[in-house]
Design a protein around this ligand. Sequence first.
Ligand code: MG
Length: 262
Amino acid sequence: MRPGIRIKTPAEIEEMRGAGRVAAKALRVTCEAARPGVTTKELDELADTTIREEGAIPTFLGYGGFKGSICASINEEIVHGIPSPRLKLYAGDLLTIDVGATLAGWVGDNANSVGIGELDAEGQRLIDVTRKALYAGIAAAVPGNHFGDVSAAVGAVAEAAGLGIVREYTGHGVGREMHEEPNVPNYGTPGTGALLEPGMVFAIEPMFMLGGERVKVREDGWCVVTADGSRAAQIEHTIAVTADGPMILTCESESERWPAHV
Ligand code: MG
């Protein structure tokens, strides 16, 4: 084990599952509510309410001074979009919502990209490939593999589809802190990085774009956008490495929990 990676016991992973379930519920509810005419601030309030009703705390709110319980990123916005009453959704938009919940001191972190109303074929393809990459990464998260195998599995899907990979922002260890060791990039070399062991918990979060790979941060200091204005998607689960295979913590139903077993 590399120093800095915190191993969770099976009992701790069960506790983290509680946080993951709340984060997944908040993500589902906000994605379902994301329709033309709705503002990202309204989605933020819905997520905040949903999380608190479950006895949890919105992890993102106040994190580094962030003013929101979700990140809401539209079209060329990749990640860290700040919710605003001035940001209304329009039919055809591609929206990414990222939301974290802290329950009993443990964090669950997940994200999804959805079309608002009817999405064009290219936007839908971007979402579909990003989800496929997430599950390729999850499938590689087994004991005996290395972190580089997870990263390489994610990146290979983007490359095969001709999509750009966001290289400056990565998945990450998750536990009592939202960001723990190690970083989990969306590209990599098989066989490199720390060996995966049962009890390692981390977020895999492919961030892909239709255009070139250059990104920039808006003047608000938060929102990351594609430099060429092309659209981006981000889909994320918090997962645990177990002796029985990769376990998804950020899901609501038990049937989603063991992707390799279905
Ligand atoms: Mg994350």
